[in-house]
Design a binder for this molecule. Sequence first.
Ligand code: PLP
Length: 377
Amino acid sequence: MFGPHAPESPCLVIDLSRVRDNLHALRSALSGLGDRHPTRIRFAVKASPVPEIIRLLAEEGTEFDVASVGEIEQCLALGVDPATLCFGNPIKKAAHIAAAYAAGVRRYAFDTEDDLTRISEYAPGSEVECRFLASTPQSRTPFGTKFGCAPGEAVRLLVRARDLGLVPVGPYFHVGSQQLDPAAWRIGIEQAAAITEALAVKDIPVRAVNIGGGLPISYADPAPELSVPGAVIAETAARHLPEHTDIVVEPGRALVGSAGVIHAEVVNVRIAPDGRRWVYLDIGRYNGMAETENEYIAYRITTLRDGDIADDAVIAGPTCDGDDVLYQRTRVLLPTTLRAGDPVRILDAGAYTASYSSVSFNGFPPLTVHVIGAERE
Ligand SMILES: Cc1ncc(COP(=O)(O)O)c(C=O)c1O
């Protein structure tokens, strides 16, 4: 991991073979859905819009959740079939819906009547999924109440979708990213099933339930294996959803998180006037470590000096911004021998790192990405 030909620091190294393995592991974790609930995996491009990842997943037959015209254009430029894209962001301008439609996108998610009306005008006849706010436990990086209508409103809006000439596909929920409680999917699917029943009464058969992303990976804190939420999903779907309702899963983190390692470097070590040791890295909140906001995600950090005596450290990024601190409440132990110039590795950093890094805050460039493991085994 610390070889002599390490790329320039900081950077993210993505192992494509790991992305493929993660996809296969996810398919296997969801295999309990069987033929009863055909399963469609839709990669959330925002997690890691790396061309090689998008091409690989397209070859593997996934669909893509895209959040903007930029992501649509990127997928199409890589040869992705627009029929496999879903414009899943409920916040979109009329002009962007029109651009998506012109590009061939025929699937949209929404959570308000306004957006639904715009979709009917600018993307007529398209398939629509209605995002509702499921009553799930809070995840590590929660959406709060930013997205999703009330479940009863979802029924009304999907009926309205039919009346507007659209194809109402079904309900959609997202349990929040890095969801550690498998019961979240049970709750969401039960609520989606109640919406499905209410729609059946109105002669609207639900074709698919979109159960969103949120599948967790292990960071410093362990997460349940994918088979655990996978079993809950299969069991709840079998119990509550009509046979042959598709299940759409929208993973980001679970496909790419463990496939990435950040190569970074210690820039400085300082003992602050209060006696705390600060370790400054060449990577921080603005060039890749955005998910350390509120210390939500506790990444594992390794160094060449692991094994030396370790002690508490505050970890900070390289910019002049006071918020560019990764961990000051989370306990991080690093070797006391750590010095400027020492390489560090930040593990399981393939999701929401490079895609979040700023264009040039303080003049620091966005995180560069290197891809390895491209060969098929
Ligand atoms: C609409 C939508 N779908 C899927 C995802 C992927 O979530 P995760 O990375 O937790 O799997 C996100 C993440 O923010 C999202 O906004």
